[in-house]
Design a protein. Structure first.
Ligand code: ZN
Length: 387
């Protein structure tokens, strides 16, 4: 055996190193080795997800090695060597800080450092059509790279407006909560939603979307679909509470619970209309159900984490104009929050069952204050690169 070291690529700050490459002189042994033919990278348009595909001649045997932090992914590819015609993959340096492939006793160590934290999923695929055996590594980033890209490329800002879906709860035959003075939740939340829409419209990096703009009935699933059709980056459902305890008051924010999320994956797959859909940048048709469910789960749990951070910003902002019913983010299985790939938040703007709050919620001034506070929370969410 002999050892050589070779640098295969240098692209700006990105280095792919092919280091400590052991080459077996025993032909029979080297023939039995799996070959790494190619590494391919795919990014979804919002750069929330990176898919890395390793094409190999045989089914790959791998071990995921413990990473030092959630920005690093390390794995050992066992009994494999790099094919002679292996070409350097194209890498987006806005996302990947460092990619290193090193060989050690017929094993390759794959090490990836990103600028942002991520969750990952690894699975193998059998040969199909023009493809060989594949090992797929999906990285789900907890923060979009778009805001970082914007800092670097000023012109991209205009063409990459963030789409904020504003969902006024209830409507039409469904009045929602009703206050002592007959105030209907559906009217209050539509008024706040329209105010929020006008405020967001003034922001040059935001394109707001009203899920309902009049007093009509829309099912919860239709609300989700509309937000997805318009490729929303954030979904905010606006409500006003009611409770038996007439003293209950203040704002609260909800995101989807994990339990709500896990039952949702199976439902999405059961619905034929969704099967050709894009989830977290991955088309889920032609995939077996277990794999599709895994992708859905990963995408949804990443969306929940983003939702929690965004909800926090909104609550902090609401605290300045009203009291908080609960200072913690609540988690529940609300259907309207179940988009598998759109961070979704439900804001309760106050209690119609509380006489004083009903009066406040009716006033245009308070409605404006609430809308403005939600706007500020959204702006801070964007500024911090949460969405
Ligand atoms: Zn409601």
């Amino acid at each position: 055996m002999f050892l050589f070291k070779k640098i295969i690529s240098k692209r700006n700050f990105i280095k792919i190193l092919l280091a400590n490459f052991y080459f077996s002189i025993l032909p029979s042994y080297s023939l039995s080795l799996n070959k790494l033919k190619r590494i391919r990278f795919y990014y979804n348009n919002k750069k929330h997800k990176l898919r890395i595909v390793l094409d190999t001649s045989e089914k790959i045997n791998y071990d995921i090695l413990k990473s030092i932090n959630s920005k690093t992914f390390k794995m050992s590819l066992n009994n494999i060597t790099i094919n002679n015609d292996f070409k350097n993959p194209k890498i987006d340096e806005d996302i990947i800080k460092n990619l290193k492939l090193s060989n050690n006793n017929n094993n390759l160590t794959f090490l990836l450092d990103s600028h942002n934290t991520f969750k990952y999923k690894v699975f193998t695929l059998l040969p199909k059509a023009k493809y060989d055996h594949r090992l797929v590594i999906d990285l789900f980033f907890l923060k979009s790279f778009i805001s970082d890209v914007k800092k670097n490329k000023k012109n991209i800002f205009k063409s990459n407006k963030l789409i904020i879906a504003i969902d006024a709860g209830h409507g039409g035959k469904d009045p929602g909560a009703i206050g002592k003075n007959g105030t209907k939740e559906k009217d209050i939340v539509l008024s706040i939603s329209k105010k929020l829409y006008s405020l967001l419209k003034k922001q040059k990096n935001i394109k707001p979307l009203l899920i309902r703009s009049k007093d009509n009935f829309i099912t919860l699933r239709q609300r989700i679909s509309k937000a997805r059709v318009y490729k929303s980056d954030l979904f905010i459902s606006i409500h006003a509470d009611a409770a038996r305890n007439k003293k209950a008051k203040g704002c609260s924010a909800y995101v989807l619970s994990q339990r709500g999320a896990s039952t949702e994956a199976a439902k999405w797959l059961a619905n034929k209309e969704n099967s050709a859909d894009l989830i977290g940048g991955v088309r889920i048709n032609n995939k077996d159900n277990t794999l599709a469910e895994v992708i859905l789960d990963m995408s949804q749990s990443a969306a929940i984490e983003i939702s929690i951070k965004a909800a926090n910003e909104i609550l902090l902002s609401l605290k300045k104009v009203s009291v908080l019913h609960s200072k913690n983010i609540e988690q529940a299985g609300f259907v309207v929050l179940k988009s598998p790939d759109i961070p979704s938040i439900l804001v309760e703007t106050g209690f119609l069952s509380n006489y004083k709050e009903e009066k406040k919620l009716r006033s245009k001034k308070f409605q404006h204050e609430i809308a403005n506070a939600i706007k500020k929370g959204i702006l801070s969410t964007i500024k911090k690169g949460i969405i």
